[in-house]
Design a protein around this ligand. Structure first.
Ligand code: SF4
Length: 327
């Protein structure tokens, strides 16, 4: 979907000023004896974004940046401490809700259930098919849609490879007839060759079924393949958001530039794929001002003193950095 089309398309999801804070304090008695204060972890801090209908917005960042927490907030697994999550009405007029595809296809499927029962469960729970014949027909259809054989329904999850299990997870998510899918690192547990097959399957299903995706990944090459728009997260905040083409052609935030350096390059096959600039600081003690300043090559005195505000630019991007235009 082009950036102009994205701007004109109504939002399937609007997230405004979303925050969540976890109390990770030691038990009360330990705190009293050891004279320790309460400890609060601000996992997601005041983030806003929207996902247009039929589009794909990716949240990208290193582990611990809060992107998977956003996925759990959007799907209702966590309750926000602050802010709003608003879905547009679904095509049927009922409130739209998000279905999730999890990272680990080994842990997300019940090992004691046959694949047929796993995929049939949402059909039964949501009363989407009435008779057993209708349920069986729909399970077979879903298996075919994700590239498996109807006879695979008789098998258990352990009889499949990682990529095939992720196909089963996708079929189970599709069984609920979703319009909005939250995909939390859906290919990071898979081999590279299988990753491409699953990503291509998801793109095809998005086009054919008109699905909207919120896609979570730490891998810039994966989000480039999947997304119309990308939001880069660092320590619980969005630091840059832009359409995919603009972000890759003209990354503005120093952290986005660091992430882009981790993409494999055929001209430099031995280049380190670890994000440079040191370790991510603890979210329990985030640095002052711009939380990226201890790792930033461009930091000056303003950066450790004042938190940069998010500003919009003419190319449609939004960036939070004091030094845009200078670096
Ligand atoms: Fe770097 Fe300063 Fe920009 Fe933060 S505000 S990214 S420390 S230049």
């Amino acid at each position: 979907m082009s950036d102009i089309a994205m701007k004109q398309t109504p939002a399937a999801l609007e997230v405004k000023d979303l925050s969540i804070c976890f109390d990770v304090s030691a038990p009360w008695l330990n705190r009293v004896i050891e004279r320790k204060p309460r400890q609060l972890l601000h996992a997601v801090n005041d983030i806003s974004f929207s996902v247009p209908q039929g589009g794909c917005l990716s949240l990208v960042g290193e582990s611990g940046c809060g992107k998977s927490t956003v996925a759990r907030l959007v799907t209702g697994l966590y309750r926000p401490s602050n802010g709003e999550i608003r879905f547009a009405p679904s095509k049927s007029g009922a409130p739209l809700s998000a279905h999730m595809i999890f990272q680990d296809p080994y842990a997300s499927l019940n090992p004691r259930w046959r694949v047929h029962s796993i995929i049939a469960e949402p059909l039964r729970e949501l009363k989407l098919r009435k008779t057993e014949t209708e349920i069986n027909d729909r399970v077979e259809e879903l298996l075919k849609i994700v590239g498996l054989a109807p006879s695979d329904g008789k098998k258990f999850p352990h009889e499949f490879s990682g990529g095939q299990r992720q196909r089963i997870s996708i079929a189970r998510a599709l069984a609920g007839e979703p319009e909005f899918l939250v995909c939390d690192e859906p290919t990071s547990a898979l081999d590279v060759s299988v990753q491409a097959q699953i990503l291509n399957l998801m793109r095809r299903l998005q086009d054919e079924l008109g699905l909207t995706f919120l896609f979570i990944s730490h891998d810039m090459s994966v989000v480039r393949h999947m997304s119309d728009r990308i939001a880069v997260m660092y320590l619980g905040r969005i630091v840059e958001e832009a359409d995919t083409e603009t972000l890759f052609a003209d990354p503005k935030h120093p952290y986005t530039r660091l992430l882009l350096e981790t993409i494999p390059n055929i001209a430099e096959p031995h280049r380190d794929r670890v994000v440079g600039g040191g370790e991510v600081p603890s979210p329990l003690k985030p640095p002052s001002g711009c939380t990226f300043h201890p790792r930033c090559a461009f930091a000056d005195s303003r950066c450790s003193a004042t938190k940069p505000e998010m500003k919009a630019y003419d190319d449609g991007s939004r960036v939070a950095c004091h030094r845009i235009g200078e670096i």
